[in-house]
Design a protein around this ligand. Structure first.
Ligand code: AMP
Ligand code: MG
Length: 655
């Protein structure tokens, strides 16, 4: 479809066209990484010595050999008597051997004064040094005291060396204790302390400056102005740097202002071992970060534009020996490129070994479209099904934070393929070392009421995975056996009855709760305030300046809206967001004047509400899974009075 000429975007100014050309030299991922590594020649930053109490999590810069034996002397492993084993050879139940006690007790930390001569024994505590002459210890339990503690009877013969821990038997002097590159944890600290080491050489953590760029960014904690968003990348990048052995230094969010950004970038560059920026990489007015980076040092930018999706606008530079990276602005793209390309190089600077990535094979239940010519990475959530894993793409796109945060891993689609067919098997690289299989899988339409139930389920020790795939997506997954419960709210347009007619054989309907739907509007709008719903819609339709916001095709609410409109197509009809929240936000921010949403969102957005009718939010359940413990617990919780009260607090009515 063509746009009318007036809506065509103006041609870009010449300067911008030149800048955009830089994207035409998009490099394959491996080539971009190769150039980055070649220009940087990454090596661990110089080592430093840190005391043990600051060594946790650091990376050893040298092999460590033990300077001493552990234990430092032969010592007793039990409370008992140090003896000469040769004296005791004859001992048996019927034939006790009698030993005279030497006049000392060897406590822990006491050096023995007297030798153990033939026919004698010395009382010794666990950890006490074995006295000269003795070569074994008998446990106190295997002896009987005689003659007021001056003599003992022995009814068992100890083998030579019994209960003696010999000097150096744990750690021998000179033995290699820990290797370079080891990440120091409590166990390593224990070994170092046991052989008397007070400080260790570790790689200095590379200090990496973190900058976010964009006029729209606001630091978390500050109020959000209109059209602004919170700086998510700054904190994410800082945390990911720390996870990969670096010391992040935050320089905050800088507006798209050449002078301000240049000053912040130069400061970060001079104070740190490298800089990671995000944003300002895509075409448009904000595209200045890479120009500033290019001027920072030599050789400068080695790759700008990488054939990766998400992550094409990634910019890699090496300036006077320091890495400078500009991550794409979208958080998922930023994270993906960070983990794929930046983290491996940073780990070398930090002296850390390469991260080992676990992979699993999984079936992909739906077709995934992909762009030809770019290796496309798709975040997926895994669910376990009989016979293996199923990988659901997290359908939120690269602008989403949750796409990365909630995914279990990602799969790659070859640059030469334009899609991955439904039913294909793919290799999933895990973001965490292990797949955590949840006890309960819930795929379908999301509702805040569900969060309350899942919270109560967690208190009983059952984990749940919730994936918002919409009512129809949930039903399809339930039919394929990929979930336990599918929350749905679908109205049959023919009968007006919710959910029943959508069940496939083998699925049953578990009643959930009722959500009052109604017309939402800004309070005080005379077209709606103190009117009935029908009357309000008539007033809205009569006013050509009144803008509606619709819902997506397939939503139960959409059917209700179409019924209300009775064939009318007012302004705003084609604006079709997919959630009640999006409808409420559009009206609260003045981008639309009315729409239909549930009462539970009207209140938090400060909107007026004219009730229309209740929507049924129920659960499709595979009948054979009813007895699964997590399902049974969920069904119990659903019926509890506390749950009904919690649902009521959200404005819902338990069915
Ligand atoms: P840019 O690369 O600056 O063109 O940004 C691309 C998209 O990512 C825009 O929607 C930005 O608002 C968004 N974005 C850029 N930086 C950040 C950030 N630090 N946190 C969250 N979103 C961001
Ligand atoms: Mg920007």
């Amino acid at each position: 479809m063509d746009h009318p000429p007036a809506q065509r975007p103006a041609p870009p100014p010449a300067g911008e066209a030149i800048r955009q050309e830089q994207f035409l030299t998009v490099l394959p991922r491996d080539e971009a990484l190769r150039r980055f590594v070649a220009a940087l020649d990454p090596k661990p930053v110089q080592p430093e010595r840190v005391p043990l109490d600051r060594a946790i999590g650091r990376v050893l810069a040298d092999d460590i050999a033990s300077p001493s034996d552990v234990p430092p002397f032969d010592r007793s492993g039990v409370d008992g008597f140090a003896v000469r084993s040769a004296d005791c050879g004859e001992a048996g139940e019927a034939n006790p051997v009698r030993l005279r006690l030497n006049p000392e007790v060897i406590a822990c930390g006491t050096a023995p004064a007297l030798p153990v001569m033939p026919g004698t024994a010395t009382p010794i505590a666990t950890g006490g040094p074995i006295p000269r002459g003795a070569d074994a210890v008998v446990m106190i339990e295997h002896t009987e005291p005689l003659e007021e503690g001056t003599t003992i009877h022995l009814r068992r013969a100890p083998a030579p060396g019994a209960f003696v821990a010999f000097a150096g038997s744990d750690i021998a002097r000179g033995e290699a204790l820990l290797r370079r590159g080891t990440v120091i944890g409590s166990r390593e600290i224990g070994m170092l302390a046991a052989c008397g080491i007070a400080d260790v050489p570790v790689y200095r953590r590379p200090r990496i400056g973190v900058l976010s760029t964009g006029d729209e960014l606001v630091a978390p904690g500050a109020p959000l102005r209109p059209a602004a968003i919170y700086d998510a990348n700054g904190p994410i990048v800082a945390a990911a740097l720390a996870e990969n052995g670096a010391e992040p230094v935050s320089y905050g969010a800088i507006p798209d202002d050449e002078a301000a950004l240049d000053a912040a970038l130069r400061r970060a560059f001079s104070e740190c071992d490298g800089v990671v920026l995000s944003g300002g990489t895509s075409k448009g007015a904000g595209d200045l970060t890479h120009r500033l980076v290019a001027r920072l040092g030599t050789p400068g930018i080695v790759a700008h534009g990488v054939a990766l999706k998400p992550g094409k606008p990634l910019c890699l530079a090496v300036c006077d020996g320091k890495p400078v990276v500009v991550l794409p602005g979208f958080p998922t793209s930023a994270m993906f490129t960070f983990h794929d390309i930046v983290a491996p190089v940073l780990r070398i600077l930090a002296g850390l070994p390469a991260r080992t990535e676990a992979q699993v094979q999984a079936k992909v239940p739906v077709r995934i479209a992909s762009e030809l010519g770019r290796t496309e990475f798709v975040m997926v959530s895994l669910v376990e099904r009989e016979g293996g894993f199923v990988a659901y793409p997290t359908a939120k796109g690269s602008g989403s934070i949750t796409a990365f945060a909630q995914a279990d891993g990602f799969l790659g689609i070859d640059a030469l393929a334009d899609h991955l067919p439904a039913g294909a098997t793919a290799t999933v690289t895990l973001l965490t070392p292990h797949v955590k299989a949840p006890d309960l899988v819930i795929l379908g339409s999301h509702c805040i009421g569900l969060d309350a139930l899942v919270g109560r389920l967690a208190e009983r020790g059952f984990s749940a995975r919730l994936m918002a795939v919409g009512s129809l997506g949930g039903l399809a997954a339930a039919r394929r056996g990929e979930c336990d419960l599918a929350p749905i709210h679908l109205m049959d347009p023919a009968t007006g009855v919710y959910n029943e007619s959508y069940l496939a054989p083998g699925l049953e309907l578990v009643p959930g709760w009722r959500r009052m739907q109604g017309i939402v509007f800004r309070p005080g709008d005379p077209r709606f305030a103190s009117r009935g719903a029908e009357e309000a819609v008539a007033a809205a339709l009569a006013d050509p300046a009144c803008l509606m916001v619709n819902r997506n095709q397939g939503a139960g609410t959409r059917i209700l809206i179409d019924r209300l409109l009775g064939g009318a197509r007012p302004e705003g009809y084609w604006n079709q967001p997919k959630s009640h929240n999006a409808v409420a936000a559009a009206i609260a921010q003045g981008r639309a004047d009315w729409g239909v949403a549930i009462a539970a969102v009207a209140e938090p957005y400060g909107l007026g509400f004219l009730p229309l009718g209740e929507e049924h939010y129920d659960f499709a359940l595979a009948s054979e899974r009813r007895t699964k413990p997590a399902v049974a617990a969920f069904l119990d919780i659903l019926r509890e009075p506390e749950t009904r009260a919690a649902l009521q607090a959200f404005g819902f009515r338990a069915a």
